[in-house]
Write a new protein. Structure first.
Length: 536
């Protein structure tokens, strides 16, 4: 679909302000961790109490085990329930910093991992606490948003804790030593110790992999969905200097299009400066047919972006590709609006330098259909020379080969608004005929033709009957020398307004065309016969 377009508003999911408050990734992690800790610790406390009451008290201990073990097991299960209960109370009673939450969580998991080892040692003398440690590590990795380093630390505690606890139990608890001597002596104990260490190492490694995957997934989603105060929905286009996303402002819930810098390899600083200049130049322009820039900024990850008005519709390249060349009267209706946008830009000493069909967008505004918007001042420069050579001294030819002005090809320093008029003549050629003025297999071949060749008159290559006045206006825009073209966008606009059609294009016809071909845009919000202030 078009460069700036998305599904109709009725199909969009509702977004609440509270859900999109702009936060850093660390703040987002803290909020998520506090919520997850409250949930997991509460469930853990209930499970601990249930195990103590129903398993220990009602079912009882294994009658084959020495009765002296019963107090030890009761103490261990009590410690488990108490530790989880204290942690749950802490996270419910106060909002902690991320560092404090991580400390509470690490301490709790360490205590419970060690308790699981003690239970295995005194309750089932030859057991490896695989089930308990697996539950603790896997549940923690999946539910608690900690870093990889913390999860790895817990894995190390799980592995070394088993080896240490088993060895200490063998040395200091006579019942355990006697148990192993009855089975097969020290060799059996060592085999079980090695087996358990290996198995728990695999469990720990898998839990770290899970944590790493989930952590980076959350980080990627945060970067993809938030840019400053804007919640990103999806990518809708890609321009010469960056990607374009549809987004929603966090506080005003206003749909916006957000453009993000995509630096040229090896030219990061210059690309950033050009991008920032694009924003500042665009923000000085207020004509209704120039896209409106809302704001711009950098995120904490040093991503530069700016937000502009959100448009629904299609650009002129897509218009012709989907529906064919447009009638002359409609082309004039559109070109007059573009002339208004360029006239303001040129009056402010700003040259667009990348006028082309894909940078001119048709939408609906205030019930007026075929409302044109000039997009992407990404190559714009002031006619007054820039003082910063890091921006202008790159040596690149800036523009699009199919529509670039001859003076831009030759690298002339004296580029002014008449270069935009040349490109606009090429866009008019496309609108009326469905083809650019020149066709070439390579960019170099196209640029050479712009400098040396003369295109056929548009009346010779289109199926429409073109009036001599419109034919002359398009070809005058495409003159090689700037002095031979219209000298301003205002002059071109006057020439276009002077053209008379037997059946002129009107707002009513524009509305009918959109209702027939693009009905998803719905009915206008103002009376369709409202006067169009753009065409005079």
């Amino acid at each position: 679909m078009p460069t700036i377009m998305t599904e109709p508003q009725a199909h969009r999911k509702p977004i609440t302000i509270s859900a999109v408050q702009p936060t850093s990734f660390r703040e987002e992690q803290r909020d998520l961790m506090q919520r997850r800790c409250r949930l997991v610790y509460s469930l853990g406390f209930l499970i601990g109490v249930s195990v103590h009451v129903f398993y220990i008290q009602m079912v009882g201990l294994d009658p084959e085990l020495p009765t002296a073990f019963a107090p030890r097991i009761n103490t261990i299960y009590n410690l488990y329930a108490i530790s989880v209960g204290i942690a749950a109370a802490l996270v419910f009673l106060k909002t902690w910093s991320l560092r404090a939450l991580l400390a509470i969580d690490f301490a709790l998991l360490t205590v419970n991992i060690l308790l699981s080892h003690f239970i295995a040692v005194v309750f089932d003398l030859n057991a490896i606490p695989m089930f308990a440690i697996s539950i603790l590590l896997f549940l923690h990795a999946a539910a608690i948003p900690v870093t990889v380093a913390i999860q790895a630390g817990l894995g190390v505690i799980g592995v070394l804790g088993f080896a240490t606890t088993a060895a200490l139990g063998y040395v200091f608890i006579p019942e355990i030593q006697h148990h192993w001597q009855v089975i097969a002596g020290r060799d059996a104990f060592q085999a079980t110790l090695i087996e358990g260490t290996f198995q728990l190492s695999i469990v720990a490694i898998v839990s770290v992999v899970i944590t790493k995957a989930l952590y980076h997934m959350r980080l990627s989603l945060h970067k993809a969905q938030r840019l400053g105060a804007y919640l990103i929905d999806k990518q809708i286009g890609r321009g010469g200097m960056g990607q374009v996303f549809v987004a929603q402002h966090a506080l005003m819930c206003r749909p916006s299009a957000v453009k993000v810098l995509q630096a040229v390899p090896g030219e990061g600083e210059a690309s950033l400066l050009r991008f920032e200049r694009e924003v500042r130049l665009s923000a000085t322009l207020t004509h209704p047919n120039t896209i409106t820039v809302y704001d711009f900024g950098r995120t904490e990850e040093d991503t530069f972006y700016y937000a502009m008005e959100y448009l629904e519709g299609l650009n002129l390249e897509e218009l012709v590709l989907r529906f064919g060349p447009v009638p002359p009267q409609r082309a004039v209706f559109i070109l007059l609006q573009v002339c208004g946008s360029l006239a303001e830009a040129h009056a402010n000493n700003v040259v667009h330098r990348d006028i082309k069909p894909s940078n001119m967008f048709l939408t609906r505004r205030g019930g007026i259909y075929d409302f044109a918007k000039v997009l992407d001042f990404g190559l714009a420069k002031r006619i007054i020379p820039d003082s910063d050579r890091r921006v202008t001294g790159t040596g690149f030819v800036l523009g699009t080969p199919h529509y670039i002005a001859p003076e831009s090809v030759s690298g002339s320093e004296a580029i002014d608004g008449r270069a935009d008029l040349y490109s606009l003549g090429g866009a008019a050629y496309w609108l009326l005929s469905g083809r650019p003025p020149f066709a070439g297999k390579t960019s170099m071949e196209l640029m050479v033709q712009h400098v040396k060749a003369s295109p056929k008159r548009v009346s010779e290559v289109t199926e429409y009957r073109i009036t001599p006045e419109l034919d002359d206006a398009v070809m005058k825009c495409l003159e090689k020398g700037p002095k031979d073209r219209f000298q301003s966008a205002g002059d071109l606009g006057e020439a276009l307004r002077a053209i008379r059609f037997d059946d002129p294009w009107t707002t009513d016809k524009a509305r009918d065309w959109w209702m027939l071909h693009l009905p998803e845009f719905g009915e206008p919000s103002t009376p369709p016969d409202a006067a169009n202030p753009l065409t005079g």
